[in-house]
Design a protein around this ligand. Structure first.
Ligand SMILES: NC(=O)c1ccc[n+]([C@@H]2O[C@H](COP(=O)([O-])OP(=O)(O)OC[C@H]3O[C@@H](n4cnc5c(N)ncnc54)[C@H](OP(=O)(O)O)[C@@H]3O)[C@@H](O)[C@H]2O)c1
Length: 331
């Protein structure tokens, strides 16, 4: 029987999320890749329990995570049932609905029909009566925003989600969505955008500033640009990397353009000068970003998680280093 590490809260820093009562670990674990049936269940379990044993209390999922879709939730459900059940109240578990999950007109988008039936399916796979956080995974311009937001409000009223969040929303619908939720007495907890040294979308469009003003926390994802910012592609494409996998259309070798490699090499030189790895520079950039509650990471093996955890308490990068990064990437 699994017994959690008694020292698990000695390693991690916990940040308050926006103006809420919730705190999240500086690093949260994402289940998009490598936590479904594309991986061996024992490896998934080892990473999940190691994370919890080292203070990672937040696991981020979605209905469609894992191969096949839903298998990441099923695997976490099994681990919760077999190992983590006594620790459920120490965990903060999120899921999402928004992208295609099942065939036909009701398995995608932002309709009330899709959002609430998907949440029920997620709860079944996870074996839980409620999740801590339920997100609208994307803005669906074909569905009235009020309909999607009321589905989130009702998820809370039905006791199936404690908090709600928004992911990938452009600034204008984000602002409207926040207003609608608040007008129904539900304070949105988190905004989840893609954001990294190389991807300034959420800052450039003002959504990160908006969240800070409105009291939402921010949990950026793809903070390593799916591995580009770990330095692994500087020389070639390693066989065991995400880019080499044929089942992943989201990171292909076409991404490795000459101007990107120039930037990555410059960032690598800066990291070396600072006595850090590029991976450390990338995660520290997120730790030091105003308004960020947690850095959401993906990993493909335990050793990567161990390396990332080793950066939770290294000295934070200075404002000067952040400025240098910005001048390198042309911000
Ligand atoms: N809301 C959304 O729409 C959305 C979209 C995407 C992701 N997310 C969330 O964000 C999480 C993370 O996303 P992501 O996996 O795309 O992005 P990521 O964290 O930028 O990239 C993860 C990849 O980086 C590499 N990596 C991580 N640590 C490393 C280390 N110490 N050394 C070497 N390589 C390392 C691994 O690549 P290899 O696989 O090559 O080893 C790993 O699979 C997801 O699991 C999910 O929870 C949300």
């Amino acid at each position: 029987m699994y017994i959690a590490n008694p020292d698990r809260y000695h390693y991690m820093t916990y940040n308050r999320v926006g103006r809420s009562g919730v705190k999240l670990p500086r690093i949260s674990l994402g289940f998009w890749h490598n936590f479904g049936d594309e991986n061996d269940f024992e490896s998934v379990k080892e990473m999940v329990l190691y994370a919890f044993d080292h203070g990672i209390t937040h696991f981020d999922l979605a209905n469609n995570y894992g191969l096949p879709d839903g298998s990441a939730e099923t695997n976490l459900g099994r681990i919760l049932n077999e190992e983590l059940a006594p620790y459920r109240d120490e965990l903060f578990i999120s899921t999402k609905a928004g992208y295609t999950m099942w065939a036909g007109p009701y398995g995608d988008g932002g309709s009330r029909k899709y959002m609430l039936s998907s949440l029920d399916q997620s709860l079944k796979r996870l074996g839980l009566p409620y999740v801590d956080l339920f997100y609208s995974h994307r803005y669906d311009s074909e569905t009235p925003l009020e309909e999607t937001m009321l589905a989130l409000v009702d998820a809370v009223k039905q006791g199936k989600a404690l908090y709600v969040g928004l992911s990938n929303y452009p600034t204008e619908p984000l602002s409207k969505a926040i207003k609608i939720l608040k007008s129904h007495g539900v304070e949105p907890l988190l905004f989840q955008p893609h954001y990294s040294i190389l991807d300034q979308w959420a800052k450039d469009n003002g959504s990160m500033e908006l969240c800070q003003k409105e009291g939402l926390g921010i949990i950026p994802y793809s903070i390593f640009n799916q591995g580009l910012l770990t330095g692994k592609y500087l020389k070639d494409i390693p066989e065991d990397s995400r880019m080499a996998r044929s089942d992943n259309p989201f990171l292909t070798k076409e991404a490795l353009k000459e101007n990107l490699l120039v930037k990555l090499n410059k960032l690598n030189d800066l990291a070396k000068r600072e006595g850090r790895t590029m991976t450390e520079l990338a995660i520290q950039y997120i730790f030091t970003e105003p308004g960020v509650s947690s850095a959401l990471v993906g990993v493909s093996r335990l050793s990567q998680l161990q390396e990332l955890l080793s950066y939770t308490n290294t000295k934070l990068i200075s404002d000067k280093v952040r400025e240098e990064i910005h001048s390198m990437i042309g911000v």
